[in-house]
Design a protein around this ligand. Structure first.
Ligand code: PSV
Ligand code: MN
Ligand code: MN
Length: 431
């Protein structure tokens, strides 16, 4: 496997931190064993954790006001893969990449797959894009795509999704994520029921092209770019559509796609209960679809989501395997650092949820002891599992401190030289 950062450098980084980590790990192991928890089992579990990196996340994002390009940003999909490989090399938690078409349309899909293989990466779900027009496109999406009044626009959007499936097949993907910005800005602009009927017709045509071993992930979002109503605004609509389409259609929960204070963990529990929880776009938010780093605003919410996932895994066993992806945008940080931090924060919630004493929790629930039930969750959440995460990375060949190792490697400085900015790259607007 090709290492992007010199393996010797990572080894040197780890050697300088190994003794301190072992001491912290032993101390935590002693504390956990007094609680009847085997730290080795938790570390082995942490090593199984994987979350996909969004290809669009390795570039600097933007707001609707401006975009401030970073140094050494990837200029095409092959450079994006290199950055994804750095993230996985140091965290050992991100073995797959989620591509977005046509942004990432490869000139040679087979060659891209070979590059990914050489880097030890695979491809997660592919994402279609009918929320913006592409140069030379025959029919505009200004008034919608899968729901458009124009039959030609709808057919074009369906054909694009089928094209994504075809590309994904060559790349070894097993899923298609469909998010549309379709909706209305004015009451009366849409017949609310008619728009959803057109969406369902279009979605059926895409679903019909899905290979037997693929899943179609339907991603809901409350608002933006539509500000009065979005056609697939909530998990209820997403669930209804997934039910109509069939077993290969599931719901995707992007944590940022809900109104503030929505009980997302309950949505997760409901979708899991009815077999329609397909996967996640992890990120964090304070106001809307902020696409902030995972765990940066409300780590307790992330923990509660994983608490429901742990419960579902216990109930449903191997059949329960939602897809984990990140979806975030960076305006003020190095995207590689932010994505590494997010992957670690999601992994942290996964391990903390495994620490919940489920027998004790069930006992408190039966006894209606609300205070102790809440304390049981808090006890797991408050446990600092950092040494477990670092040990899992070390044992899997990653870095004890991924951000420190990355900075010491000088990767960004080297990329800035190898990847001079494209002319006009300081443009504004969301990319
Ligand atoms: C929409 O806000 C979204 O969350 C969807 O996942 C898109 O595909 C992604 O952002 C990238 O723009
Ligand atoms: Mn998303
Ligand atoms: Mn979003």
């Amino acid at each position: 496997m090709d290492h992007i950062i010199d393996a010797g450098q990572v080894e040197q980084h780890n050697a300088a931190r190994r003794a301190a980590l072992q001491a912290d790990y032993d101390a935590l192991g002693g504390m956990l064993s007094r609680r009847g928890v085997d730290i080795e089992a938790l570390t082995a579990k942490a090593q199984t954790f994987a979350v996909a990196v969004p290809s669009w996340g390795v570039g600097t994002g933007g707001t609707r006001f401006a975009r401030f390009p970073g140094r050494g940003e990837p200029r095409d999909v092959t450079e994006k893969l290199q950055d994804c490989a750095v993230i996985h090399q140091l965290t050992r938690a991100t073995p797959t990449v989620s591509l977005h078409f046509p942004w990432d349309r490869p000139a040679d899909p087979k060659a891209l797959r070979e590059q990914a293989d050489a880097l030890g990466l695979g491809f997660d779900a592919v994402n279609s894009n009918t929320f913006q027009d592409q140069p030379g496109q025959a029919h505009t999406y200004k008034f919608g795509s899968l729901t458009a009044q124009s039959q030609a626009a709808r057919e074009q959007a369906v054909a694009h999704n089928i094209d994504c499936i075809e590309l994904g097949k060559t790349l070894g993907s097993r899923g298609l994520t469909v998010w549309v910005g379709d909706g209305a800005n004015f009451p009366g602009q849409h017949n609310l029921r008619g728009a959803l009927e057109r969406y369902i017709d279009s979605a059926r045509a895409i679903y019909a092209a899905l290979p037997a071993d693929w899943l179609m992930y339907i991603e809901h979002k409350l608002f933006e770019p539509a500000f009065y109503c979005s056609t697939i605004a909530d998990w209820g609509t997403s669930f209804a559509v997934a039910q109509l389409l069939g077993d290969k259609a599931k719901c995707l929960v992007d944590l940022g796609h809900h109104a503030p204070n929505t009980n997302i963990e309950m949505i997760v529990a409901r979708l899991a209960q009815f077999g329609k929880l397909g996967g996640f776009h992890f990120n964090d938010s304070k106001y809307g679809d902020d696409d902030l780093d995972s765990g940066s605003i409300d780590p307790f919410q992330l923990f509660l989501v994983f608490n429901e996932l742990a419960d579902a895994a216990l109930r449903d066993g191997a059949a329960f395997k939602p897809a984990y992806m990140l979806d975030q945008s960076h305006n003020v940080t190095d995207p590689i650092e932010s994505l590494m931090s997010s992957a670690v924060e999601v992994q942290r919630a996964f391990v903390q949820a495994a620490l919940v004493d489920r027998a004790a929790l069930a006992g408190h629930q039966e006894a209606n002891d609300a205070l102790q039930a809440a304390q049981t969750l808090k006890h797991a959440f408050r446990t600092d599992v950092s040494p477990i995460l670092a040990m899992a990375r070390l044992r899997s060949g990653g870095a004890i401190d991924p951000v420190a190792a990355y900075r010491a490697s000088g990767w960004r400085e080297q990329a800035a030289v190898k990847r001079p900015p494209k002319a006009g790259a300081s443009g504004s607007g969301i990319v």
